[in-house]
Design a protein around this ligand. Structure first.
Ligand SMILES: CSC[C@H]1O[C@H](OP(=O)(O)O)[C@H](O)[C@@H]1O
Ligand code: ADE
Length: 336
């Protein structure tokens, strides 16, 4: 970046930070009180929060975390006193009702990717409506689970991977909100896919998984196939040869749309099988059986990750997400 561009970038980031801090609704607790994350405040501090402006915490945007549960994690007992919300979006209906509640005092929204009764196949999931619904409910973050096949011997069934990139082999899915249709967002958006996932959210997931003693692979390329069929052996070997680490059917376009929506998105993938390259039979009962044996670990991971996400100041990261989207929209560039 040359000097002028850097200066302009700095001004835009500053402007977006001011915008975000104005939008922030939480955590102002009075000038002499310590800087605590919202979920660690007492009720009286939270009440004060709504009336007193505080130079330290009023700048922290309130975090709300969407959780998209994949196969085997359709209606986890994660939320106490969850309230069902039916959300309709300009992109259609999400997979199911969204369930709003709190985990350790942090606002959370749950959504079952395939519907709570697993009635929607990977092609037919309305990924746009799911992400838009979470955004509409005010989510800043989305963490998701995915059941995946392993394409590497060292990634054993039952183990976890926090993918850092993906290889898209889907063929039938709309990957953008900016689609030129009357309901779509205006303009054309070329969103960068590196980093595909929010690095800070990934880091928190990874460190928490390690502290919980889970076997977790710190990175990996998730190959996303159209499905709903599993791969042939020749395909499975090809995916191995092009650098795939794990294989699933749902990450794309979810991760792409989350990025277009300016959300901090990260995935915890559980290897449920060795796909078929390993002379291994892949079928739904075996995938679900492995998932079921290890699902408690995913729930434990999410429950521990959520307060850690909430204690961080995301102002700069959210401002940068917004800037990335802005810079990806071609009509915005023409206007400049
Ligand atoms: C039940 S086997 C195939 C199915 O499982 C995975 O779902 P998700 O990513 O939602 O956990 C995979 O992508 C397929 O949709
Ligand atoms: N082997 C596999 N291929 C695609 N999606 C999967 N989900 C779980 N196992 C899978």
């Amino acid at each position: 970046m040359d000097g002028n561009k850097r200066l302009l970038h700095g001004i835009v980031v500053k402007f977006l930070k001011i915008k975000l801090s104005k939008a922030a609704t939480s955590t102002a607790i009075g000038k002499n009180l310590p800087c605590l994350p919202h979920h660690q405040l007492s009720n009286s501090q939270r009440r004060l929060n709504s009336t007193v402006k505080n130079t330290c915490l009023s700048a922290m945007p309130k975090v709300k975390i969407g959780i998209i549960g994949g196969s085997g994690l359709n209606n986890p007992e994660l939320l106490k006193n969850g309230v069902e919300k039916t959300v309709d979006t300009q992109f259609g209906q999400p997979s199911d009702v969204l369930i709003e509640g709190q985990i350790q005092g942090v606002d959370v929204v749950l959504l079952a990717r395939h519907g709570r009764h697993h009635t929607i196949n990977p092609t037919n999931v309305n990924y746009r409506a799911n992400i838009w619904a979470l955004k509409t409910l005010g989510c800043t973050h989305v963490i998701v689970s995915a059941a995946v096949g392993s394409l590497k011997e060292e990634i054993k069934p039952g183990q976890f991977v926090v993918p850092d990139s993906f290889i898209d082999r889907t063929t039938k899915r709309i990957q953008t909100f900016y689609d030129g249709s009357p309901n779509g967002l205006p303009g054309v958006c070329h969103i960068p896919m590196e980093p595909a996932f929010c690095p800070t959210t990934r880091k928190i997931l990874l460190e928490t998984a390690q502290e919980l003693g889970l076997t977790v692979h710190p990175k990996g390329n998730l190959v996303v196939i159209e499905g709903p069929r599993f791969s042939s052996k020749a395909e499975s070997n090809m995916y191995r040869s092009i650098g795939g680490s794990i294989i699933g059917m749902t990450l794309v376009p979810e991760v792409v749309l989350a990025k277009e929506a300016g959300l901090c998105y990260a995935c915890v993938a559980m290897a449920t099988d060795y796909d078929c390259w390993f002379d291994h039979v892949v079928d739904v009962p075996s995938v679900l059986a492995t998932f079921k044996q290890n699902v408690d670990n995913i729930i434990k991971l999410f429950v521990n990750v959520i307060p850690r996400i909430a204690e961080q100041d995301w102002t700069d990261i959210l401002a940068n997400n917004e800037l990335t989207v802005k810079n990806g929209i071609q009509s915005e560039q023409v206007k400049k």
